[in-house]
Design a protein around this ligand. Sequence first.
Ligand code: ADP
Ligand code: TRP
Length: 332
Amino acid sequence: MKPILISGIQPSGETHIGNYLGALKNFVYLQNSGRYQCYFFVADLHSITENYDPAQKYRQIIDVVLNYLAIGINPEKSVIFIQSQIPEHSELMWILNTITPMGELKRMTQFKDKSERQKENVNAGLFNYPVLQAADILLYDAEFVPVGEDQLQHLELARTLARKFNSKFPVGRKKIFVEPKPLLAEVPKLMSLSDPYKKMSKSMPEGCLFMDDSPDEIRNKIKKAVTDSGTEIIYDSEKKPAISNLIRIYGGFSKLSPKEVEKKFKEKNYGQFKKELADLIVESLKPFQVKKKLLSKKPSYILKIIEKGRKKAEKKVNPKIKQIKKAIGLEK
Ligand code: ADP
Ligand code: TRP
């Protein structure tokens, strides 16, 4: 049996090229390697921990599914599903809550950042967010979890909880949970176009380049992207963080290493580099955008894929939750 791989994306705002280069691109590569049984889901329960408009949520959920399909996730090879349609995620989360030390959750940098950002809504869901994420992963016996660098701390908690559960609730010689390992992409942390010291994030849309941006928007955003002093295209994350970030984007879309990009633009200035970068992004995103447009006209096909995914996910987790409940003494 192939090892299991799982990852999720929140339906909150538009998908940006940080999500693409840090996660989505790798999802497709890993799926096509044929080495894993892949599950990709829409983390809608996670997304409701932040302020949102209920009238927009369903559209955002479908948008993530469209992104998965348009980028190359193949529903014949991978399971695509919606987190909230599988109630076992919430059920396991509750169980894991009972073995999660509050102190571990208080240390989470994403919790601290988000609480700072939405001071009027520091809810318990935001606090327990990483426990739900651990449940998402452990429920499927996933060995691998492709994510961006910002998720490593959450993954570490999932590993800790798996270990703790296994030793607290031993069942013969067999361990109930697998300890999952993160898989990082080549660009695990893309920085904002407007501030190279901050991660590109949906919460700061002014520094994002979105996957659905039009060619004009892409050209404008790249033109306006901050640069460093000097004129040369040099990859040096410390001294030239802004240009290095743009070099990483070029590399991500062209398969060139940062050094190769540097060499290619040796005699060029920032303006020339930016123009070629914008052209490269426009061309690279075109097939995705065309495919997404076509798919968005087939709502019943999309719903069929979601339903098929729900059934497959349900089949996987049904025996697992029984096994877990038995281990902790809730069932015989
Ligand atoms: P955001 O942080 O923009 O809200 P998500 O939380 O939905 O994005 O993240 C979806 C996936 O994209 C995760 O695997 C995450 O680690 C990755 N990711 C998010 N932002 C970046 C970034 N700037 N660079 C690389 N990967 C990222
Ligand atoms: N927290 C992840 C993010 O913000 C999304 C996510 C939820 C996830 N559950 C997951 C990622 C399980 C990997 C595995 O990007």
